[in-house]
Design a protein around this ligand. Structure first.
Ligand SMILES: Cc1cc2nc3c(=O)[nH]c(=O)nc-3n(C[C@H](O)[C@H](O)[C@H](O)COP(=O)(O)OP(=O)(O)OC[C@H]3O[C@@H](n4cnc5c(N)ncnc54)[C@H](O)[C@@H]3O)c2cc1C
Length: 309
């Protein structure tokens, strides 16, 4: 049976953006609830987070997520841990549906981050279904021990994944479409210094197939076709906003925000290429303070906590 829940502010997402907004709302006495599939978000994949003030020698993504989980638990924010299937607006209220719950809210904050782009080549889905291809590494790490891995991509994420996996894998081959890398110079230098990592350039992936236990990446250029063999493939060729669960009206509002709306998009879901934890947190704090300000102008709001559970 579907569990019905009402909350004043619903936050969809459990990454740095929504966690920051939820903590600030609760501190301000506004009733808020998080609905999320997982706590922590994308940063769980990071090898070493070095641009967050407060961690002088950096922190691994996994350790950072443990701290976030601890802080959310300590804050006592009500949480629905489930995957959101749809979100719509009915009679000025937001309706969030998960497999087991229906959550109604007056305000809605969406911080569902980004999802990895696919290659869209032959054999990709089959390799994914057979756990021979992954798009994020936190669930590929166990499989990677002592293995030969291909990482497709040339940006920060591909280089960060390669450095992370080099601690446990036997060999990593980064496959790039061009000679140019878009990765930060510091990551490029570390990749160059890591003996287990080798980079091949000017290779355009066009097919993936499995032969016995091995996964083969077929690539081509204008002049030649070649194959690279490995145990696993990681695809890191970019990310796109995670908004497929929105109704058409709300998708339209995502594209064309309205000043007076009670719907907010924060963090990576809205930030294009400005995907950083501190940017997502700043967004979360900003929106929480905006909602508090908006409520303080309402005649019927007395500043008391909104407890409607
Ligand atoms: C390999 C890698 C390394 C990185 N390194 C750094 C770094 O060093 N420094 C830095 O600042 N940033 C780094 N980033 C970027 C950073 O991870 C993001 O900018 C940040 O996590 C964005 O936070 P967010 O809250 O907007 O989204 P996310 O962290 O992506 O959180 C999204 C949340 O929404 C939830 N969600 C999504 N869809 C649904 C659904 N349908 N139903 C329910 N819940 C859903 C997810 O479970 C998750 O909790 C890195 C990213 C990657 C991939």
């Amino acid at each position: 049976m579907t569990k019905k829940i009402q909350t004043y502010v619903a936050l969809v997402g459990g990454g740095p953006a929504c966690s920051t907004a939820a903590i600030q709302l609760i501190r301000s006495g506004i009733e808020a609830s998080i609905v999320t599939e997982k706590i922590g978000g994308t940063i769980r994949n990071a090898n070493l987070v070095e641009n967050l003030v407060g961690f002088p020698t950096g922190i691994s993504g996994e350790d950072y997520v443990k701290l976030m989980e601890e802080q959310l638990e300590y804050s006592g924010i009500p949480m629905v841990r489930d995957r959101v299937e749809s979100i719509s607006r009915v009679n000025e209220r937001y309706v969030i549906l998960t497999e087991e719950s229906e959550i109604l809210s007056d305000y809605l904050i969406i911080g569902t981050g980004s999802k990895p782009c696919k290659l869209h080549i032959k054999g990709e889905d089959e390799a994914f279904d057979m756990s021979k291809l992954y798009y994020e590494i936190y669930n590929a790490k166990v499989e990677s021990k002592g293995k030969e891995i291909i990482v497709i991509g040339s940006g920060d994420v591909a280089y960060d994944y390669s450095l992370n996996l080099s601690k446990i894998a036997k060999k990593i081959t980064i496959v790039q479409r061009t000679e140019e890398t878009k990765s930060l110079p510091i990551l490029q230098r570390r990749v160059e210094e890591e003996k287990k990592i080798n980079i091949v350039v000017n290779k355009m992936p066009y097919e993936i197939f499995i032969e016995e236990e091995k996964v083969i990446l077929a690539t081509r250029t204008d002049k030649e076709v070649s194959e690279i063999q490995s145990d696993l493939i990681i695809v890191a060729i970019g990310r796109e906003p995670n908004i497929e669960f929105l109704s058409e009206t709300l998708k339209d509002e995502y594209e064309n925000p309205k000043d007076e709306s009670n719907l907010y998009f924060i963090g990576d879901v809205k930030k294009g290429n400005f995907r950083q934890v501190s940017v997502a947190m700043g967004d979360g704090m900003n929106v929480a303070m905006e909602i508090v300000k908006k409520l303080s102008r309402k005649e019927d709001y007395d500043g008391a906590p909104r407890q409607v559970w």
